[in-house]
Design a protein around this ligand. Structure first.
Ligand SMILES: Cc1cc2nc3c(=O)[nH]c(=O)nc-3n(C[C@H](O)[C@H](O)[C@H](O)COP(=O)(O)OP(=O)(O)OC[C@H]3O[C@@H](n4cnc5c(N)ncnc54)[C@H](O)[C@@H]3O)c2cc1C
Length: 285
């Protein structure tokens, strides 16, 4: 299928992009890596009046990685971050990026595109949520605003970003302990049927800063708060991990709108989520 006809602009300045979004709102859509948008245009799932290309805004493509975290401009490419020699300074970041599609896909995929697109089965939104990251948005009407990851994702491919707002950068803080990003997909490179980001730190055998986020299981990445609570201040051993997984499976049953579709039943996802988290917890201690 061919896209519905649209106008195309590739501004060289951020202000021009923001002016177009302010003027056109819902009728404009920005294109970043195009790995999700182009199929949506071709299938006519998106029918914008104008496509605004971000590729000429050089400032948006920069990123820095320190032991504090990753600050990525929206147009930073997934593969450039993945291959950066300091990627290990942000535990979990390299693992999350390596599980996005294939290298060819990641050579176009952008950090901002992945987060703005907010696919419920995507790795980066789940990592952002697990590590309590932030998203920076810009618009003519509201100027700059910073949104916590916990407030950003609102449903399947839905976020609090308004149509006139551009996601300009993402902050992913480095976790003080270890982070595992694990998933089950039908084939390598496919979206996850079930995935988990698990993080915690240990001092003297006692767990702190736990975080467990599941992805691919409901409309948005979801933090499993009561399972995390089992880990807080607990001794890192098999009993603690077993209790965490039992609580996780119970909490899963209470999730609103967990996925039960042609790819996997809700029961399968619940079972596999527990197994993935159990393996991650054990591998990190
Ligand atoms: C074969 C294949 C396998 C894939 N597997 C995975 C996978 O396993 N995991 C995964 O997470 N993804 C996967 N993807 C999706 C891919 O990584 C997407 O490209 C990504 O989610 C979106 O990034 P993008 O830069 O391509 O954005 P685009 O496709 O250009 O844009 C996607 C959406 O986000 C909006 N957008 C983009 N940038 C901004 C911005 N700065 N501000 C506001 N809105 C913006 C666009 O308007 C559009 O609505 C796969 C894609 C393919 C083709």
């Amino acid at each position: 299928m061919k896209p519905h006809p649209f106008d195309y602009a590739a501004p060289e300045a951020l202000d021009e992009v923001l002016d177009l979004l302010a003027r056109l709102g819902d009728d404009a859509v920005v294109i970043a890596g195009g790995q999700s948008l182009v199929p949506m245009l071709n299938l006519r799932l998106a029918r914008p009046e104008m496509v605004v290309d971000l590729r000429r805004i050089a400032d948006l493509a920069t990123f820095t990685i320190t032991d504090q975290g990753l600050r990525a401009g929206a147009m930073a490419r997934a593969i450039d971050v993945e291959e950066h020699p300091d990627v290990h300074l942000v535990p979990g970041l390299g693992d999350a990026l390596r599980q996005i599609g294939h290298p060819q896909v990641r050579s176009r995929t952008t950090i901002g595109g992945s987060v703005a697109h907010a696919d419920a089965a995507a790795e980066l939104p789940a990592l952002l949520l697990a590590l309590s990251g932030q998203v920076v948005l810009h618009s003519v009407a509201r100027g700059e605003r910073t949104v916590e990851a916990a407030d950003f994702f609102t449903g399947p491919m839905m976020t609090v970003r308004e149509p006139d707002e551009l996601l300009t950068s993402v902050w992913i803080p480095a976790h003080p302990g270890s982070v595992a990003v694990v998933e089950v997909a039908k084939r390598p490179g496919d979206f996850a049927m079930v995935g988990a980001v698990v993080a915690y730190a240990i001092a003297d055998g006692v767990i702190s800063d736990p975080s467990i986020v599941l992805f691919g299981v409901s409309g948005q990445p979801v933090r499993m708060a009561s399972a995390e609570a089992v880990l807080v201040g607990a001794v890192a051993n098999a009993n603690t991990f077993q209790a965490t997984v039992e609580q996780l499976r119970e909490e899963f049953g209470l999730l609103e709108g967990f996925r039960d579709d042609v790819y996997a039943t809700g029961g399968y996802r619940r079972q596999v989520a527990g197994t993935l988290v159990a393996r991650a917890l054990a591998s990190m201690s």
